[in-house]
Design a protein around this ligand. Structure first.
Ligand SMILES: C[S@@+](CC[C@H](N)C(=O)[O-])C[C@H]1O[C@@H](n2cnc3c(N)ncnc32)[C@H](O)[C@@H]1O
Length: 393
């Protein structure tokens, strides 16, 4: 089935779950106001706050609350485009698996879609939220699906060792968006040293190490794994990929970054990984930053004069700013400072002259890069910013 026809089938499936594709925040919040009482809203806000604490019981309580029948369609509609993007990609890759495990299946919106699209394949969804599993079982029955079962279990306790020939985990393994990840070797590079202590510490802090070990136990020999997590940021993507490679998993396809909207907000997650066990593929792990939208440097900008004197000649706040900084002609450093921050990251700030401009460059070991160039007569502005950054506590 083509991705387009899977997308069509997904729209029909999501409608059966009561989900709507809402495109504006105004419409979305109007729907929320009509559907939720003030008690619902208070409970949801409180539970979101508690979930941030990272305690297991709060995580389960959050998903139990969101699985309530009057809350589910509204709240999960925020993820409408996520379901379309991920559901179609996964469904297109189920074949030739005979038995598939969906880890952290939640209320089963995607698991029931896969089961519907692949009636000859057996699906098992596990989740540690009892209310989510209750909803998943109810809906599977309503949809008349006989090839899917849901169990309330933590991944750590999942049984059936070496039995699944495909495991899918989407937004289920890395609940660690706040974790800074692993720093680069220095502010001048995006490269991470191979430091087993740092790697082990990352895997322990985020819990990803033990979860991947558990998945490895559940896989049949030669099985595949599909993963999609919030690991876009290079500092997390690199140790995450190294953790996958260390379990003997190889890339079966080029990992694809996926972008979708949560109503109006654009979410950049991913990449979408398709991995194969015990098979040395030809796709190499990529540890470089993703191509970004930062403008390439061209020294013509130094001769151009904007109509607005407050607009810089050049500005780039993405990793490609490093390349631009390296290309600056006849760089003369006026002031520079490299220091270690309280959280361990190294920061470099540099104020300098080039012919036709003055620049301010900031770089740190968590992949942030910024380059701003202004005409020479605006040097005082950049001096001010330089001092602000250097003197910040
Ligand atoms: C953001 S939801 C994602 C649901 C679904 N995979 C999807 O893509 O829509 C994350 C789910 O993972 C479940 N989960 C997280 N860690 C788990 C674990 N160790 N064992 C079982 N379920 C887990 C949570 O209870 C929650 O329902």
């Amino acid at each position: 089935m083509s991705i387009d026809s899977l997308q069509d089938a997904l729209h029909a499936h999501l409608a059966r779950w009561g989900l709507r594709h809402v495109l504006s925040d105004a419409d979305y919040f109007a729907w929320q106001r009509d559907s939720f009482s003030s008690t619902d809203l208070n409970q949801l806000n409180q539970q979101v706050e508690r979930k941030r604490s990272g305690a297991l019981c709060d995580d389960i309580a959050f998903y139990d609350l969101t699985a309530q029948p009057h809350i589910l369609p509204v709240l999960y509609s925020q993820r409408y485009e996520y379901y379309c993007e991920i559901g179609a990609r996964v469904a297109a890759r189920i074949h030739p698996a005979k038995i598939v495990l969906d880890v952290g299946s939640g209320v089963g919106i995607l698991t029931t879609f896969y089961a519907q699209q692949h009636p000859q394949t057996e699906f098992v969804g596990i989740d540690r939220s009892p209310a989510s599993i209750g909803r998943a079982q109810e809906q599977a029955e309503r949809l008349g699906l006989t090839n899917v079962r849901f169990h309330c279990a933590d991944l750590e306790a999942a049984s059936r060792r070496r039995s699944y020939d495909l495991i899918v985990a989407t937004h289920a393994l890395v609940q660690a968006e706040q974790d800074p990840g692993v720093p680069s070797r220095s502010w001048e590079t995006f490269e991470r040293v191979r430091d087993s202590l740092q790697q082990t510490d990352f895997e322990r802090r985020t819990g990803i190490g033990s979860k991947l070990d558990r998945l490895a136990d559940l896989l049949a020999p030669g099985a595949r794994v599909i993963l999609f997590e919030k690991t876009r940021q290079l500092a997390r993507r690199v140790p995450f990929q190294r953790a996958l490679a260390a379990r003997g998993w190889h890339l079966a396809e080029h990992p694809e970054p996926v972008r979708y909207r949560l109503v109006e907000e654009v979410a950049d997650d991913g990449p979408f990984y398709v991995l194969e066990q015990g098979w040395e593929g030809s796709v190499a792990w990529d540890e470089s930053p993703e191509p970004d939208e930062g403008q390439a440097f061209d020294d013509k900008v130094l001769r151009a004069r904007s109509h607005d004197p407050n607009v810089p000649l050049y500005e780039n706040h993405s990793p490609s700013a490093q390349r631009a900084w390296e290309q600056l002609p006849d760089r003369t450093v006026m002031n520079e400072c490299t220091r270690r921050e309280a959280d361990g990251r190294e920061l470099h700030v540099e104020l300098g002259r080039i012919s036709g401009g003055v620049y301010l460059y900031c770089a740190n070991t968590f992949d942030q890069r910024q380059l701003v160039i202004v005409p020479p007569d605006r040097v005082a502005d950049l001096e001010g910013y330089y001092q602000e950054i250097v003197q910040a506590p």
